[in-house]
Design a protein around this ligand. Sequence first.
Ligand SMILES: NC(=O)c1ccc[n+]([C@@H]2O[C@H](COP(=O)([O-])OP(=O)(O)OC[C@H]3O[C@@H](n4cnc5c(N)ncnc54)[C@H](O)[C@@H]3O)[C@@H](O)[C@H]2O)c1
Ligand SMILES: [Zn+2]
Length: 634
Amino acid sequence: MELLWVKGSGGDLATLTPAGLAALRLDRLRALASVYPGVDREDEMVAGFDYCLHGKEGAAPSIDTAMHGLVGAAHVDHLHPDSGIAIATAVDGEALTKKIFGDTVVWVPWRRPGFQLGLDIAAMKDANPQAIGCILGGHGITAWGDSSAECEGNSLHIIEAAAAYIAGHSRPEPFGPVLDRYAALPDQERRAKAAALAPTLRAIASHDKPMVGHYTDAEAVLDFLAHAEHPRLAKLGTSCPDHFLRTKVKPLVLDLPATASVEDAIARLTELHSAYRAEYQAYYDRNATRDSPAIRGADPLIILVPGVGMFSYGKDKQTARVAGEFYVNAINVMRGAEGLSTYAPIDESEKFRIEYWALEEAKLQRMPKPKPLATRIALVTGAASGIGKAIATRLAAEGACVVVADLDPDKAAAAAAEIGGTDVAVGLAADVTDEAAVRAAVDTTVLTFGGLDLVVNNAGLSLSKPLLETTVADWDLQHNVMAKGSFIVSKAAARVLIEQKLGGDIVYISSKNSIFAGPSNIAYSAAKADQAHQVRLLAAELGEHGVRVNGINPDGVVRGSGIFAGGWGAKRAAVYGVPEEELGAHYAKRTLLKREVLPEHVANAVFALCSADLSHTTGLHIPVDAGVTAAFLR
Ligand SMILES: NC(=O)c1ccc[n+]([C@@H]2O[C@H](COP(=O)([O-])OP(=O)(O)OC[C@H]3O[C@@H](n4cnc5c(N)ncnc54)[C@H](O)[C@@H]3O)[C@@H](O)[C@H]2O)c1
Ligand SMILES: [Zn+2]
């Protein structure tokens, strides 16, 4: 019995595992052709794949299964290489295919992927036994071979021959002449302008639903935007069906030069956003039929800013990043096609049929429910250690993108790497007492993940001394890091939160000591009381922007805490006459619940404060101290 192994629907090759493949009996799959009711009902064939499945394991078969199974070859590759799509989207693609490949690679006119396209390619191959593959009009390439190596070799041949032909025959300026004042801004200015625009751009992309962002100033993007034809080409939109589902039909392009001020750019972007939404709605209305799925939101997923670069958006960082990568592919495709002839993507009605295809909608419906903090971007200060690290870990586990900020860049990066890959967590150095460093950290956050939603003021340190031994330096250090540091971080973050118009959360890790007058603790406890009052003040001030400001009062978190490990724990243990490793248990005995407080318990409270369940709570402190009567809030 012959089996077909094909990629699962919605899967991606870079992360493919055996479970991501579907296995089908080839004899049954090919027999489906005998009951095929015709192109108008080709979608019904997908249900037939279930009767071809071999075994119970494996993924739902890809929409392209028919192409891989019906073509009479042991191995079939289907790819979307830039050079291949450039030929596929050139207005004279068929003639170019003949010129480049003779009769070894055959042109197959555009057709939406599905059963009929599989039959078309199979018939073409039977009629052209010398062919090693085909150019799929408006779409990509398919190649075949008797072995995996032969098939791969044929794919590479098509890709390389098309690329070599483009390189050898392209006009010198495929995107037209250079535009005055549209050249890339110098590095620092470009980054600064990107960071200044990012909150507004995220607001634009997130009008219908919140999005995570990705920024790139890749050479290909800046070059495209610096040349005269970019507005016309961007309007034509992308073509490859597998790409524009992630990029939407077309991007939003800022029609101002690189030299425009941030204020002018923001004002114009706001106008362009309204126009984009109206146009997208009109596109939907023009093309939707009675059975079309509902409109999925009218905001752009790709925003292009001359001189600055590209912002792409998605439901998570990976989706946003891949959308950006696909648009870079689209730029390469347009350069290739325009270099040889004229770029001519598939018709709008065909784009709509793909975008709102019932099978694609089913794929979306199959997606797991998003995690509670999905699309939220968090910045946690002092997150390389102890409580901060536990908070960053928990927020990431609940679906947030997390920036781990701390004094030491290596420790911050190591903590981030423990939490996840760079689509989930990144580490950076930021001394919260340094306003410029904090601004830079917020800039990096918005350029890395597109914005900022959730700020945790956790950085801190403790020097417990009686009044007469407390130096002004002790006082200043603790007030600088905790009181002033939180103020600086909240201020830098609030600018982004307000511009984004998506609300947000600021959480302060205060302390039981912010209200409890413990012994020998004047500087630390006064700094904590300062932080605690910032919570109330900012809750009052930022409420109108939908920003909630709350705090946590932890106590006695010994395990994992750098504060306790740094000698303080030993001193406290000596004071209480217990071995240092029993200090946590000793603190537990003093509590009402007789439980030891761990960093994770503080992290749980941060999550609870930021979750939808406490959406109507601001200005609150939650004690996480296992119950300390003296620290009751009222
Ligand atoms: N451990 C407890 O029992 C306890 C109780 C109440 C409140 N807290 C508070 O919780 C927070 C975290 O404490 P922890 O116990 O996890 O301590 P920790 O020492 O393990 O972590 C604090 C982190 O803050 C960082 N940091 C210090 N100064 C900084 C600065 N200027 N800029 C940026 N980062 C800086 C440190 O490098 C460290 O990684 C602190 O604000 C602390 O006051 C702790
Ligand atoms: Zn495809």
